[in-house]
Design a protein around this ligand. Structure first.
Ligand code: CUA
Length: 315
């Protein structure tokens, strides 16, 4: 809404309006105090300019004055802090439903995948009014996924799975930037987010070659990389059965425990000797260099679908 004033960039998400109101308030407070201070400065300079008349008695300190000029800014600053913190915290919660998109940053492009398998590079097509849930990671260095029209900016970090969301409330094409200097071609790591009516989105989606869904790709990799020879139930079980592994608590060799979340699974694929599940030998070779981040995301998508004994403890 405030974009109509012409001082804010285009706004295309609910969150954008909320951020703009806060900024508008900040600008308002700034203008108010600049005006008051400059006016007082001008008035006092004239009122107390050098004259031949007798010099007024100097004033030394005033508790009341000092408490006032400390107290008022404190209250205003805390109000702004509270407002900003409220927006930030509210926006951390992921909506329960939405479209899961996986995002991989790579020098120097954005790779995106829809839940039904369609892949895109440097472009993301989404429907208007539907929460878009992103799981983001990087192949190499830190990038930052930045869509100014949504007031959305989040770092994309190697080895970390960042979850974030936005809901576009306007159709159109919006700039996507990388907002973290990531090397020579950082400046060309740009793209667009195309927001469409839901029916148009469905039509667009069905017109794209779907290929494998992440779950299918993960299942294929699980066999191709021969994970199944050690990890499937009924195999000779050199490694733990992975049914229900996702989100479970794992007791580790040498004491301690870990929750099998995204970071744990990734570490177990790339550095299997780090956290060996209690009762097993550190036999698994590393898959560093054999799988890229997109494939690890697929493997995780597949592992999440493995139901089975989710009782949490080890076999
Ligand atoms: Cu990626 Cu800058």
């Amino acid at each position: 809404m405030l974009e109509k004033l012409g001082i804010f960039p285009e706004a295309a998400s609910e969150f954008a309006d909320q951020v703009d109101y806060l900024y508008f308030f900040l600008i308002g407070v700034t203008i108010f105090f600049v005006t008051v201070i400059v006016a007082a400065l001008a008035y006092l300079s004239v009122r107390y300019r050098h004259r031949r008349s007798p010099v007024p008695t100097p004033v030394h300190g005033s508790i009341l004055l000092e408490l006032t000029w400390s107290g008022i800014p404190l209250v205003i600053a805390l109000f702004i802090f509270g407002w900003g913190a409220k927006l930030y915290i509210e926006h951390q919660d992921m909506p329960p439903d939405g479209i899961e998109i996986s995002v991989t940053g790579k020098q120097w492009m954005w790779k995106l995948q829809h839940p039904s398998g369609q892949r895109e590079i440097n472009a993301l097509h989404v429907p208007v009014g539907v929460p878009i849930l992103l799981t983001m990671t990087s192949e190499d260095v830190i990038h930052s996924f930045y869509v100014p029209a949504f007031r959305f900016k989040r770092d994309v970090v190697p080895g970390v799975y960042t979850r974030a969301h936005f809901t576009a409330d306007k159709t159109g094409s919006f700039h996507l930037f990388c907002a973290e200097y990531c090397g020579t071609d950082h400046s060309v790591m740009i793209g667009k987010v195309v927001v469409m009516e839901p029916s148009e989105y469905e039509a667009w989606l069905s017109g794209q070659p779907a290929g494998e869904t992440p779950v299918q790709a993960g299942e294929r990799l699980f066999t191709d990389l021969r994970c199944n020879t050690c990890h499937a139930a009924g195999s000779d079980q050199k490694g733990p059965d992975l049914a229900g592994v996702f989100g479970s608590k794992r007791l580790l060799v040498g004491g301690g425990e870990a929750i099998a979340d995204e970071e744990y699974i990734r570490e177990s694929i790339l550095r299997p000797a780090r956290k060996v599940v209690f009762g097993y030998e550190p036999l698994m070779p590393t898959y560093q260099g054999q799988v890229n981040e997109t494939q690890i995301l697929s493997l995780m998508a597949y592992l999440k679908t493995l139901g089975g004994a989710a009782e949490g403890a080890n076999p």
